[in-house]
Design a protein around this ligand. Structure first.
Ligand code: PRT
Ligand code: ZN
Length: 290
């Protein structure tokens, strides 16, 4: 039987499920080359001294906290639920969802204050407990491990606390959201000792991961424009530093290139067009080291 080498640098990801494919894709986009056989317990990264361990997501916070592995990728929801003593290093911007308190559409419950004395079914009993306590509401928590959304229809609960992402499960079960307990996304976590003992390796990894995330949040644009509108363009493109400007064969015209943030992308493009820029070319960025 193949065994994990206890001296190697290790990162655990979900073996199968909603986090699994995106975690593999994220690691590959950070430049790591590895096989992701679903039947093996772990795999070696070929071009970096790192072993990737595959596990059930519920076990990930514990593996990292106990030091069985150095790092892990897991939903923030599990950290909140287990109150794990691990260090969160980075939000990874995938697997977005929210833990929500929901009731049947026709329920008389309008706000969380109406939950007094009611029964709430959930796979997140700790998070639900903290939430009720913080809001000084006394209600019964019924812990179940799956298909939480059918509990009200079965008559076993008045409300549920469950993860919601698209909202389609709620809609198909005639449920509505009363309150959001917290938002969640995939996060990179680290064993608290490894943070100091293996800081050089962790920094190397973080540089790669941040490069991937920055690239996701930026685009590269180039455009042609009359030189006289350059001051206006510079103002409109709050680029990383200053834009690249090159003369064009056409008299009085220049080519301008810059990195631009995704979230202000459309409003900036509109401005650029209005000012007189043309042939605006937009390209994705593979990695961006700031
Ligand atoms: O086998 P293992 O224990 O590893 O996996 P699992 O079955 O416990 O977890 P899995 O794969 O379902 O989810 C892994 C992680 O994905 C969660 O811990 C969250 O961090 C994240 N995530 C993101 C979600 C969802 N979105 C999500 N929508 N996890 C579960 N859901 C479920 C939710 O419970 C509900 O049943 O999807 C349904 C609602 O989805 P929508 O899209 O209809 O709103
Ligand atoms: Zn799980």
């Amino acid at each position: 039987m193949k065994k994990l080498n206890s001296n190697n640098f290790k990162l655990v990801i979900q073996k199968k499920g909603r986090l699994a494919d995106d975690s593999v894709e994220f690691l590959r986009s950070a430049g790591f080359i590895f096989e992701a056989y679903t039947r093996s317990l772990f795999t070696k990264v070929r071009n970096f001294p790192l072993e990737i361990v595959f596990a059930r997501d519920d076990d990930i916070p514990d593996y990292v906290q106990s030091g069985v592995v150095d790092l892990g990728i897991v939903g923030q929801n599990l950290l909140n639920e287990y109150r794990s003593k691990v260090k969160k290093l980075l939000n990874l911007q995938f697997c977005y969802c929210a833990l929500c308190l929901c009731v049947p559409k026709e329920s008389a419950v309008q706000s969380i204050n109406d939950l007094k004395g009611k029964t709430i079914a959930t796979s997140y009993p700790q998070s639900t407990g903290y939430f009720l306590k913080a809001n000084k509401i006394s209600a019964t928590i019924r812990k179940i491990s799956g298909s939480v959304e059918i509990s009200p229809a079965l008559g076993t609960a008045d409300a549920i606390v469950d993860l919601v992402s698209t909202g389609s499960t709620l809609a198909s079960n005639d449920l509505r959201i009363v309150s959001k307990l917290y938002s969640s996304e995939a996060v990179l976590i680290c064993n608290s000792k490894a943070v100091t003992q293996k800081s050089k390796k962790i920094d190397e990894l973080l540089l790669r991961f941040k490069g991937v995330l920055s690239a996701k949040n930026y685009k590269y644009i180039t455009m042609n424009a009359p030189i006289k509108i350059l001051p206006k363009l510079k103002k409109a493109i709050p680029g990383l530093k200053s834009p690249t400007v090159a003369p064009l064969a056409r008299e009085g015209w220049i080519s301008v290139g810059s990195v631009i943030k995704e979230d202000i992308f459309w409003e900036t493009i509109e401005k650029l067009k209005r000012y007189g820029a043309s042939e605006i070319l937009v390209s994705p960025i593979e990695k961006l080291i700031i």
